[in-house]
Design a protein around this ligand. Structure first.
Ligand SMILES: C[S@@+](CC[C@H](N)C(=O)[O-])C[C@H]1O[C@@H](n2cnc3c(N)ncnc32)[C@H](O)[C@@H]1O
Length: 545
């Protein structure tokens, strides 16, 4: 059932490497990444090779039982090791909670082997802290590194810093500057961790840097660069202050203007909120979910836009631990993903092809809307992710209307005679609309990815269009806010395919989400949900498929 659980908490996100099975790893607060992580934008920042040696202890080390150190703060020790793992390319995953006790034991064993001592077990508060500290430290990394580098006596000292020491410093700086935790306690705790995990000299260095930081913070004079100079220089400064890659800042400034780009970065840096979708396919109603949330004392708000959805700002962990996902009562799904399904508007009895279906967030919602009548062919190139879809469909009792197909859509469309009423292409994309939930994604993405993705999106659109019957509907969607992955792909498609026209989404989603061209677009800054896009196209009746 682990796979099912991971799907339920998944906010669908693009995969550029569809064959990777890493993407199946279940996550608690963010979808998994199947990309290697490029942590530092600049070459001189790359210390992955040293992180690897730190985080992968030699084989004989693994057998040793290590002494307990009850003095070291467990959430910091676990956070530091988890950050090392992320830096060396591990999935941005909260392994502690979602797989139960075994995963927690495994992770604590890993921490022990990496640090050379044991900490006491984590309690619930520690687990929450690990999640906050790791997510925040990853998100704010560029900004934290700027502060640390400014406080080092010389740049080389920063560049040569060993990976574990750097993680401990990042944690300390994040806790002081962003979490506002009691400064001197943070200094003491991180100094102790550095001394025990590394050596006394490392503790002294942490002490020196963090104390300097505390006094600068108290004087309200943290070393921050000024936004000045030409566009490029301003983008670099904004990228540091708001902790994003420079290329994203430049791109968003070009498309949306500097003010909007800053608002977007603020949104990406804010704590993510989540939506639950009640599983009507199993006969549950939103009232059932509301009543369970009340029992669990989880603050919630019903969606104004979609009958099946409920917002929760905090408390996702409580929902998971109470078993609401495992029972099949609800899934974690953003309202923006729900609205894409509304754009397609599945009706009982229809034949639908979901071209890039796994891990199934939208397939399962569409299946619930079919009310037991009709068929969804759920195609995906990734077998592992497709298996998750299958398992979850069973859990949610909607498997009767779903047929999974493991295939490359491009080959499938060429060889198959299937012509259906409606086709959804939820394309692999940059995921730039979901950066608030995906703390690590901003560092994984490169500008060059966009070119590759755009080509793939065009090819998949061409293939998907072959499966639409005359008079049928094709919906193209992404979880990106980038115009080149969205409107531009549709405009290019319409030039290649005069047999398709735009069918406005007006009336299918609230007016506030309808663009001038009749597409659906959710803007994270404006709508406070994930950014996503969908275009609804209709195939003319007189063009045979
Ligand atoms: C954005 S994700 C889909 C998310 C899914 N619709 C959901 O709501 O959960 C994109 C999917 O496209 C799949 N994919 C990528 N290239 C593909 C291809 N050539 N044929 C079929 N699937 C492909 C990936 O494996 C990935 O699961």
């Amino acid at each position: 059932m682990e796979g099912a659980l991971s799907l339920l908490i998944h906010s669908p996100f693009a995969s550029t490497n569809p064959n990777s099975s890493l993407s199946n790893k279940p996550l608690l607060f963010s979808p998994s990444s199947n990309h290697s992580i490029l942590l530092f934008p600049a070459k001189s920042f790359n210390r992955t090779h040293r992180a690897t040696s730190m985080a992968s202890p030699p084989k004989d080390e693994r057998k040793k039982a290590h002494r307990l150190n009850a003095e070291v703060s467990p959430h910091r020790a676990v956070s530091a090791v988890r950050l090392l793992r992320i830096e060396e390319g591990g999935a941005f995953a909260d392994l502690l909670s979602e797989k139960g006790k075994n995963a927690a034991r495994n992770e604590m064993g890993y921490v022990e082997r990496t640090l050379g001592f044991r900490t006491r077990d984590l309690d619930d508060r520690d687990i929450r802290l690990v999640t906050d500290v790791v997510g925040g430290t990853v998100r704010w990394r560029r900004y934290l590194d700027h502060l640390i580098m400014s406080l080092c006596n010389e740049e080389k000292m920063f560049q040569d810093m060993e990976p574990l020491l750097l993680q401990i410093l990042r944690i300390g700086v994040y806790e002081i500057v962003k979490l506002g935790m009691p400064a001197y306690a943070v200094v003491d705790e991180n100094v102790r961790l550095a001394k025990v995990a590394l050596r006394p000299g490392a503790g002294n260095l942490v002490n020196g840097i963090l104390r300097k930081l505390v006094s600068l913070k108290e004087m309200d004079s943290l070393p921050l660069p000024k936004v000045e100079g030409d566009d490029r220089a301003q983008a670099r400064v904004l990228a540091t202050i708001h902790s994003h890659p420079v290329w994203m800042v430049r791109r968003w400034t070009k498309f949306f203007g500097q003010e909007e780009a800053v608002r977007l970065m603020n949104w990406n840096n804010s704590d993510p909120s989540f939506c639950l979708r009640v599983n009507t396919g199993k006969g549950y109603t939103r009232a059932d979910l509301v009543s369970r949330l009340k029992d669990l004392k989880v603050a919630h708000e019903v969606s104004m836009h979609m009958d099946e959805f409920i917002h929760i700002q905090t408390g996702l962990q409580v929902v998971i631990q109470a078993g609401l996902l495992k029972e099949g009562l609800c899934s974690v799904q953003d309202e923006s993903a729900g609205m894409v399904v509304s754009v397609l508007d599945p009706q009982p009895g229809e034949t639908i092809v979901d071209c890039c279906a796994a891990p199934g967030g939208k397939t399962l919602f569409m299946a619930a809307r079919l009310k037991g009548r009709g068929t969804i062919f759920a195609i995906d190139i990734n077998k592992g992710r497709l298996r998750i879809l299958k398992d979850t469909a069973k859990l949610l009792d909607v498997n009767g209307v779903i047929t999974t197909v493991h295939a490359d859509l491009r080959l499938f469309a060429e060889n198959d005679m299937l012509k259906s009423d409606k086709v959804l292409l939820d394309a692999p994309c940059s995921g730039l609309g979901v950066l608030s939930k995906r703390a690590d994604l901003r560092w994984n993405r490169r500008l060059e990815d966009l070119e590759h993705l755009k080509n793939l999106q065009d090819e998949l659109l061409d293939a998907a269009s072959m499966l639409v019957k005359p008079g049928g509907i094709l919906v193209y969607s992404t979880c990106s806010i980038d115009p080149e992955e969205n409107e531009e792909r549709i405009a290019a498609f319409l030039l290649r395919h005069p047999e398709f026209d735009v069918d406005s989404v007006e009336g299918r989603v609230p007016l506030d989400f309808v663009t001038q061209r009749g597409h659906f677009f959710s803007n994270p800054v404006k709508h406070c949900i994930d950014g996503s896009f969908a275009a609804r196209l209709i195939r003319s009746l007189d063009h045979p498929a």
